[in-house]
Design a protein around this ligand. Structure first.
Ligand code: ADP
Length: 633
């Protein structure tokens, strides 16, 4: 039942004697109460049930149910137990009657003769008492709702003995210990405090009477092995004389805030480190550019050559700067969601080739060996060819950068089920510690610099690659058995289709073992001559492939992996010397022996061929012996 102290109290006046009932009604109404009447117990119970009067003025003697029984039923029903009952009796006026009435649950008992002022004073006293009770109950209810429903722990201890007066139900969840254990030994809350904080908090509590207030932060060691941070506040509670006789305490879980603070600190440290690296990276190219600019102004014998070198340096360094700025812009575009892929059907072999071209100079400069392993078929994916080549180029560049000179780098692609293709870049370099593996994809993340390289890069490459691959519906994974044990970065992309390699190349298996399984690629536009030579070489034990399409020579060589390429220099529309140069500059192909087979036989032609990178020079038509010697080197 709800009690409305502001409403005029309603009194149910129950008496079977019409005259007496009327008199009491008049008295109560004159005192400002609203009055309802009932002449028997059954009606009285029904009205109580329906109208919830504030007080029932209940005569003991009723025609149907005895007034004491009516009172008992009112009090026994939870719905009406808060209704006040003032029992009255005209006849049963003895002490024993009064006691029986009160024991039946009545809030008071008045025996005749009942004077008007006595009746009103009694009703007022009971209404006041009920009002106080209800206010108290409401206030306790509100307190309970707060303390029961908030994750913070509310406590109250008496001072100075430290006895526990109250603890809210959040205690077990935050402390990982039972309320019973705490009640058994109130100081046991300290047991869960992290050993490094326990002494400090213990000392604080020893000074409870002297300093009954604090605002502290400390750690709790959970039984689950996790550490939680809490903020613990203590407030003095003063008695009427102003003395502190209790302390109120609120403990809140601030683990999330602490973790956020740690993240912010790391982000801030990373930002500062990034700015320092950025300054370093931007400044690095400036000094060679300044020196080169100075060289441009010099005169003298070798000034022409020097100026050419200076121009080269400036171009290279400006390219490097432009690359840095491009990366930075890409990062900004990605974080604003503004990168748009120019999608197309992309041949993975072409992408891998472009990536090798980009990273080639560093791989060569650091004297790494590069192995390329591509599937037999052509693998097609849907994506932005420039972004895909940039991503794989970045991984190759890292492999070259983080591998001490003369290492081995392998790039391989393989189908993964029916729907995916994986491209792995493996190196034999400095490797990555297990702890650092999850970090390196983060923005501005860098691990220690290997001893043989200066700090270089902004730590945004991998983050960029992994975002670009996500945009392609793919992902980037990193593995390393540990420091010094190399790394493998694997790109997984959704597969578009596979196709068998276009038959621009024809192959003949070796007919005997004379060529010791050597693979030879013949490139010539004179198909008849080439076919004849192909058959001959196959007969001699060489596995021989032929093509007249020199424009695809690099792609074919990547798939076929020949040990020797025999190339006609004078091919229509293509410069054989240029092809030779490209092959020799491609770290994946530079190990292949190049034999020029040409109609140009002058010493100058021979010299030019060797300068372009050919390992041997044969004049058409070559004798078989010469050819075999040239193949074997
Ligand atoms: P950056 O190369 O500019 O430092 P990246 O995002 O490309 O930035 O790489 C982040 C970090 O990951 C590098 O600083 C390096 O510590 C580590 N890392 C990347 N690739 C390799 C690799 N192939 N071998 C070892 N560590 C690598």
């Amino acid at each position: 039942m709800t009690f409305h102290p502001t409403k005029t109290p309603t009194i149910l006046n129950v008496d079977d004697n019409d005259g007496a009932r009327y008199a009491k009604t008049r008295i109560l109404q004159s005192a400002g109460f609203e009055v309802i009447e009932a002449a028997n117990g059954t009606d009285a119970l029904e009205i109580v049930h329906e109208q919830h009067p504030t007080l029932v003025l209940l005569d003991v003697k009723l025609p149907d149910i005895n007034g004491i029984e009516v009172c008992r039923r009112i009090k026994a029903n939870p719905d009406s137990s808060m209704v006040l009952v003032l029992q009255t009796s005209a006849a049963l006026t003895g002490r024993a009657d009064k006691i029986r009435g009160l024991e039946g649950g009545a809030d008071n008992y008045l025996a005749a003769p009942i004077e008007a002022d006595e009746l009103i004073a009694n009703v007022n006293a009971l209404v006041r008492m009920r009002q106080t009770q209800v206010e108290l109950r409401d206030s306790e209810e509100r307190f309970r709702q707060i303390t029961d429903n908030i994750d913070d722990v509310f406590w109250m201890f008496s001072v100075p003995d430290g006895a526990l007066v109250y603890v809210s139900p959040a205690y077990p969840a935050l402390w990982g210990r039972s309320v019973e254990a705490l009640r058994g030994r109130p100081a046991s809350w300290l047991d869960a405090v992290h050993p490094d904080d326990r002494l400090r908090m213990g000392q604080r509590w020893e000074q409870l009477a002297l300093m009954p207030h604090y605002d502290e932060e400390f750690r709790l060691s959970g039984t689950d092995g996790k550490t939680r941070w809490v903020r613990d506040r203590l407030f003095p509670v003063r008695g009427q004389r102003g003395d502190v006789y209790r302390v109120a305490r609120v403990t809140s879980d601030i683990t999330a805030r602490k973790e956020m603070e740690a993240l912010l600190r790391t982000a801030d440290r990373n930002k500062n480190q990034f700015l320092a690296t950025l300054a370093h990276e931007l400044r690095n190219p400036l000094s060679p550019i300044r020196n080169a600019a100075a060289l441009l102004g010099t005169e003298g014998d070798s000034s022409g050559e020097r100026q050419a070198r200076a121009r080269e340096v400036i171009t290279r360094q400006v390219d490097h700067l432009a690359h840095l700025v491009d990366d930075l812009l890409d990062v900004a575009r990605i974080s604003e969601g503004k990168i748009v892929l120019r999608r197309d059907d992309v041949n993975l072999g072409t992408v891998v080739n472009q990536a090798i071209e980009t990273a080639g100079p560093l791989i060569t400069a650091r004297r790494h060996r590069l192995a390329v392993k591509l599937p037999e078929q052509e693998v097609w994916v849907s994506g932005d060819p420039v972004r895909l080549a940039q991503s794989i180029g970045n991984l190759l560049h890292n492999a070259a950068k983080f591998t001490p000179q003369g290492g081995d780098i392998t790039i391989s692609a393989s189908l993964r089920g029916e729907h995916h293709v994986r491209i792995s870049v493996h190196d034999t370099g400095i490797g990555i510690a297990e702890d650092n593996l999850p970090r390196i994809f983060g923005m501005f993340a860098q691990v220690d610099v290997p001893p043989d390289r200066a700090p270089e890069g902004l730590g945004i490459g991998l983050s960029l690659v992994s975002h670009l691959l996500e945009l392609h519906g793919g992902r980037l994974m990193a593995e390393s058995p540990g420091i010094g044990m190399g790394s493998t970065f694997t790109v997984e992309l959704p597969l578009l289709r596979v196709a068998s390699i276009a038959p621009t190349m024809e192959c003949h298996p070796a007919a005997d073992s004379g060529g010791s399984g050597m693979r030879v690629l013949l490139v010539d536009d004179n198909i008849d001559a080439m076919e004849m030579m192909g058959f001959l070489l196959a007969e001699m034990g060489y596995e021989t492939c032929t093509t007249s399409d020199a424009s695809q020579i690099e792609g074919l060589a990547l798939h076929h992996r020949p040990q020797v390429i025999v190339l006609d220099i004078g091919l229509p529309g293509i410069d054989g010397y240029e092809v030779a140069r490209r092959i020799k500059q491609n770290p994946a192909l530079s190990g292949i022996r190049l034999v020029a087979h040409t109609g140009y036989g002058s010493p100058e032609d021979r010299k030019r061929a060797l300068e372009a990178g050919f390992d041997a020079h044969l004049v058409k038509p070559a004798e078989l012996d010469d050819l075999e010697r040239a193949l074997k080197g």
